[in-house]
Design a binder for this molecule. Sequence first.
Ligand code: PLP
Length: 292
Amino acid sequence: LFSWYQNELIPTKELKINFTDDITGQLRGFRIFTACVRFGSNKKIFKRKKHIKRLYKSAKLIKMKSPYSKTDLNKIIDSVIEKNKDYDGDIQFDIIFSGGKTSSDGFTPLGLSTLIILSVKPFDFPDKFFKEGMKLVTFAFQRPFANVKYTFYLPAIFAHLTIVKDQEADGIIFVDPNDNETILEGSSFNVFMINSNDQILTYPLNGKILKGITRSIVIKICEKFKDLEVLEQSFTKNELINSKEVFITSTTRDIMPVTNVDGFIINDGKPGKLTIELREALIEFRRNSNSN
Ligand code: PLP
């Protein structure tokens, strides 16, 4: 696989970052990205436009100077796709704007941010997650600048090294630290629950979570194709534990069922019926989608 760095297409394995050209990104974590996927059968990045739009919105929200105009970035992405065209499997492209050089105070970016497009094989999530559902644990934290997609995952990784490990779980969900019960989002996914009336609930876009692209697609699928009511409203840990079904969404996971939260078994402990149906609908939607 080939990646992009400093005006060059370069084999991903040979990618080396010039640290001093990117102190604000590498040392200070002033770095945003979007992770999008070219699914093998399609050869196009699914929801490319939405990913690019979110990346530029993230840049704007933190006043980061983009390295290229949208038009020029799209040309570069085209060249990366073209260079990888013979690869048959799925490719994850992490399109990264990394802070770049700093002025002498160490905190003021100088000039434009640096573009890195990392091309990798997406994570291979265990089959068990799909077949048996995930076991998640809650962790009190709210991502600062939550509607910016950045590469700072320290709290989530700390949670994985502590409670996820201790409780032999598969991942974490952030709960609002102000009340210690409102479900926000996961480490790198959005969270949905289905109540006893078959209404689909997910946290609203009020600045405390990332606007997941898969989240938006799933809401659309529920409403337009499945005639299911979606309520973008908050719910508590208790409501989640007592719900009918729980699932999560992200670009690399599509929809994944959740069958255990904080040690409590959801419903009968099996992936929910509607969850499976929605997962299939989402994959079908993607297959039929030719839009960029
Ligand atoms: N929330 C966070 C914090 C994320 O990092 C991600 C993706 O990595 C998501 C939600 C899901 O977003 P998307 O569906 O656009 O992949």
